[in-house]
Design a protein around this ligand. Structure first.
Ligand code: HMH
Length: 221
């Protein structure tokens, strides 16, 4: 199946308004145009650290669901994702120090809590591998698309935030997202209609959660 006609590509077109809202959120646009209030960035940082810790568990929940027939490349992709998250967690901690944020004192906001609970649900055995891998792709892809706006040549991203933006917009991360999209499509194609519909619902919910997460991070202090 050519990439444009793939299931995930169809969904991106079908839910374009939500997808645009998730990947071109004012929070991101203010980073890209240099007008961001650093307080907002700090708020995002503290909440995203909590999110990423829940995300690790979710990613690990995919391993036992991976079908026996999965290719070596597929296993490498998931393991690579886990390794990347270890580095990401380290990065959050050192970045937090740089911004004098004490991560263990950051209280989790309702939006973060709800998103983490959603991930916990998705980690359960009743969500098929096809659904979980689609969710993983959607979660990573939103960040890639968003932060890629901040590293475009015409972006006015403040120097202090360049490294953060690079994390989710570099070539390697982009390739990881492409691989995940391929996996999602492969397993969705092999799924029955019921599973596909459930996966599409989850995809939409993720876009909504991502929008809420940016909303929460935006502040007017
Ligand atoms: C809220 N979505 C959120 N945080 C992240 N770190 C990612 C996606 C991607 O890693």
């Amino acid at each position: 199946m050519d990439e444009r006609g793939s299931i995930t590509s169809q969904w991106l077109r079908r839910h374009n308004a939500l997808y645009q809202a998730a990947t071109r959120h004012p929070f991101i646009l203010t980073i890209a145009d240099g007008s961001i209030n650093f307080q907002c960035f700090k708020r995002w940082l503290g909440q995203d650290y909590h999110f990423v810790k829940a995300f690790v568990r979710f990613l690990a929940s995919l391993l036992p669901k991976m079908p026996k027939e999965a290719t070596d490349e597929e296993m490498d992709t998931l393991l690579g994702g886990i390794v990347a998250l270890r580095d990401e967690i380290y990065w959050f901690r050192s970045e937090a120090m740089r911004w004098t944020i004490q991560l263990d004192l950051v209280s989790i906001k309702v939006t973060t809590q709800e998103y983490c609970e959603f991930l916990e649900q998705l980690s359960q055995g009743n969500f098929e591998y096809a659904i979980a891998v689609t969710a993983l792709w959607a979660i990573e892809f939103v960040y890639y698309e968003s932060f890629a706006l901040c590293t475009q040549s015409n972006a006015k991203t403040p120097t202090e935030l360049r490294e953060a933006c690079e994390r989710w917009s570099n070539m390697e991360f982009k390739n990881y997202c492409v691989l995940l999209k391929g996996l999602a499509d492969k397993y969705l194609e092999g799924s029955n209609l019921h599973v596909r519909q459930k996966a599409e619902e989850i995809f939409v919910q993720i876009l909504k959660q991502e929008i809420k997460f940016w909303d929460m991070s935006t502040c007017d202090e």
